[in-house]
Ligand binder design. Structure first.
Ligand SMILES: Nc1ncnc2c1ncn2[C@@H]1O[C@H](COP(=O)(O)OP(=O)(O)O)[C@@H](O)[C@H]1O
Ligand SMILES: [Mg+2]
Length: 327
């Protein structure tokens, strides 16, 4: 589906052009996931954005080839990109906090993709958008569709972004650390959903991640990047079981989820012996912070305007926090 060869990306600055990606090769097949891993600044996001023609200002593709179903994408004009982006390649961006339009209800943002690509009429787009939100696993999609991004949790926003990216049924999904900002449970649910999209619809997915456990569980192929170059690539199972490049070995050694680690003790306690926490002096026995019966509810706009309803976000929570403790 996607064949990238010798891709070079640079950022122009007053002092000259700085290379961010220097000769990247990768392929993604239909119905498969290719993962891109590497340390922060290794060029993963630059690659992801170049694949959808959305490099930030100053960013330029300096060379190489990007083919989608055999068709060259480098050098496309903006008009041609608009036919590809969203329609044939969907991008799931890294940061759900800043990637949605803050002044538009989320349902309208999904509907817009369908309208822009001529896949729905003005009349049926809203209902189709609700269907797409439901498919992406957003609870109460009917009601949520009329809410604004700031009224949703991070996980819900990411589901909206997934609904937007998959709305036009693109052949390729590019996901840039789609779950890095989310807790592990939501992360697993979203990755399960994306994986199902890939396997049931034959979509190809390029998954940028720094989580090697995600690579092990989800990807067929992996490309390891360091400082703008591919240092190792191959079948995910082989690369993880038998890493050949020192950098990949280092990444594996640093992966907390793959190598079981002893829990860390308090600062200043060394070794793996059980940590004995000194009991608080009697004067300090009272907690520094005590929270009881904390409740927070938000008003929600229902389909029927006259009926005022609330959604309880926090319901009678209580806890205590003592000196020197982390909760
Ligand atoms: N908008 C930008 N302007 C200038 N340099 C950038 C910009 N975005 C990224 N870079 C540079 O490109 C390199 C790769 O960054 P990036 O692709 O964001 O890496 P990653 O996603 O792997 O953390 C870094 O050296 C970074 O500083
Ligand atoms: Mg990045």
């Amino acid at each position: 589906m996607l064949d990238v060869r010798g891709l070079r990306i640079g950022y122009r600055a007053a002092s000259g052009t700085r290379l961010a990606v220097d000769g990247l090769d990768l392929k993604v097949a239909a119905g498969e996931i290719t993962a891109v891993v590497g340390e922060s600044g290794s060029g993963k996001s630059s690659t992801a954005h170049a694949l959808v023609g959305l490099l930030p200002a100053g960013g330029v593709v300096l060379g190489g080839s990007v083919r989608l179903q055999g068709e060259e994408l480098t050098g496309l004009g903006e008009r041609a990109w608009r036919e590809v982006r969203g329609r044939r390649i969907g991008l799931i961006p890294q940061d759900p906090g800043v990637s949605l339009d803050p002044v538009k209800p989320v349902g309208a943002q999904v509907a817009e993709v369908l309208r822009v690509h001529g896949l729905a009429t003005r009349r049926d787009a809203p209902a189709r958008a609700v269907g797409l939100l439901a498919e992406a696993g957003l609870p109460d999609p009917d009601q949520r569709a009329s809410q604004y991004p700031h009224e949703l949790s991070g996980g819900m926003r990411q589901r909206v972004l997934i609904a937007i990216a998959t709305a036009a049924r693109p052949r390729l999904l590019v996901a840039d650390e789609p779950t890095s900002a989310l807790d592990v449970t939501v992360q697993r649910q979203l990755l399960d959903h994306l994986q199902e999209v890939v396997t049931t619809t034959g979509t190809a997915m390029l998954l940028v991640t720094h989580d090697l456990a995600v690579v092990a569980d989800r990807a067929q192929h992996v490309v390891v990047m360091s400082q703008g170059r591919v240092v190792e690539a191959g079948p995910a199972g082989r690369v993880l079981a038998d890493p050949r490049h020192p950098y990949t070995r280092e990444l594996l050694a640093d992966a907390p989820t793959l190598a079981a680690r002893p829990p860390r003790g308090r600062p200043g306690t060394a070794g793996s012996a059980p940590v004995t926490v000194p009991g608080p002096a009697s004067a300090d026995a009272a907690p520094l912070l005590r929270v009881t019966g904390l409740t927070r509810a938000f008003p929600v706009r229902g389909p029927v305007l006259s009926r005022r309803r609330t959604r309880t976000a926090v319901d009678g929570v209580g806890f205590e926090l003592g000196r020197g403790e982390t909760l």
